[in-house]
Design a protein around this ligand. Structure first.
Ligand SMILES: NC(=O)c1ccc[n+]([C@@H]2O[C@H](COP(=O)([O-])OP(=O)(O)OC[C@H]3O[C@@H](n4cnc5c(N)ncnc54)[C@H](OP(=O)(O)O)[C@@H]3O)[C@@H](O)[C@H]2O)c1
Length: 322
């Protein structure tokens, strides 16, 4: 297998190479690409030092079996179609193609069957969406979800290495906000992404639209408030779910417990404990009646919300198209 990672020096790209190793996916050839600034940097993969190369249009025409893209939407828009035209399966972590009706938006545990017989660009959903739909997919298939009200508590690593640097710099002294719209140190910021005309942010609209696409259900209403918090790794979500059909709390919890890649836990769970894990953790499931349920959901955004989902897509695609 020939594979490559685009954005290999970033928070997500580095984790992609680590997860490939952990999942014992060892391509015969692995190329690592970043911008000209990082060309020549070294990344160790499977015990060997690999040199990062500058991303060029020519390099995308080499015809890889799998290309994992994680260098932002504008890089994906420019380079991913070239790679797909050259016959590569491109697993794209950016928002560039997610809502394109011709492109599958995949969480393998939920809709991995879309990968059978498919070649071209596959979109990896937004980090906050992935951890939410993983914990709710059985609830949706068993009881039907009418609506979701969700407030997120998102780590600064969700904004890449510059986001982490901004928090760390502000911890050392006063530095004006740049990546975030307000100071993030000792604060919470209830705006992630750009504010849109409808009053929601683009991060919030990703949760609305991607949830409907992944569940193939345009009637689910999603009401998100996305908030940045001064946490390095791990997104948390307080979720209120309304089901279409009534269900006892025990069966609601059972649906979560039986979800792949999800752990229902009795103890309190925080981002510090979820960081470094490939599971979504759900705790504090509770209800006053049989159609509305509250839960607390935590996952490592760089793994579950990005790199691990991308590697799971690669593995599922190989398995279904062997
Ligand atoms: N962080 C998360 O939780 C998360 C979750 C889901 C999705 N995503 C998405 O994943 C992507 C990357 O996020 P990140 O957090 O890893 O960001 P990051 O830490 O800022 O890394 C960005 C990577 O892209 C490379 N890059 C930037 N411009 C490039 C160009 N013109 N040509 C080639 N490479 C270029 C950078 O290379 P240099 O080192 O050379 O600058 C670096 O390797 C974004 O689309 C983001 O929205 C992130």
């Amino acid at each position: 297998m020939r594979a490559a990672v685009v954005g290999a020096t970033g928070e997500v790209g580095r984790m992609m190479t680590r997860v490939l190793e952990e999942q014992r996916v060892f391509p015969d050839e692995l190329d690592l690409f970043a911008s000209a600034k990082s060309a020549g940097a070294e990344v160790t993969f499977n015990g060997k030092k690999q040199t990062v190369k500058e991303l060029t249009k020519k390099s995308m025409k080499a015809g890889y079996d799998y290309l994992l893209f994680s260098a932002g939407a504008s890089v994906s828009r420019e380079f991913a179609p070239l790679a797909a035209e050259a016959g590569s399966v491109v697993i794209d972590n950016s928002s560039a193609f997610r809502m394109d009706p011709a492109i599958p938006l995949v969480v393998p545990e939920i809709n991995g069957s879309l990968l059978a017989g498919y070649r071209g660009i596959v979109a990896n959903p937004n980090c906050s969406t992935i951890q939410m739909v993983l914990s709710l997919s059985n609830v949706h298939s068993r009881f039907g979800i009418r609506s979701i009200v969700v407030s997120t508590y998102q780590a600064v690593s969700g904004a890449g290495k510059n986001g982490m640097n901004e928090l760390e710099d502000q911890m050392r002294g006063h530095i004006a906000p740049k990546k975030f719209v307000k100071q993030i140190h000792l604060n919470v910021v209830p705006q992630i992404g750009a504010l849109l005309e409808n009053g929601f942010t683009d991060e919030e609209m990703k949760m609305v639209n991607e949830t409907r696409k992944i569940f193939s259900d345009p009637d689910i209403s999603v009401w998100p408030t996305t908030v940045r918090v001064p946490v390095l790794y791990g997104h948390s979500e307080a979720i209120l779910v309304e089901t279409r059909r009534p269900c006892p709390l025990s069966e609601f919890s059972e649906a979560i417990e039986e979800s792949e890649s999800v752990m229902l836990v009795d103890d309190m769970i925080t981002p510090l404990e979820a960081a470094g894990s490939d599971s979504v953790y759900v705790a504090r499931v509770r209800a006053f009646d049989a159609t509305r349920f509250l839960l607390w959901n935590v996952a490592d955004n760089i793994r579950v919300g990005a790199a691990t989902n991308a590697v799971r897509i690669l593995k599922k695609h190989r398995e279904l198209n062997a």
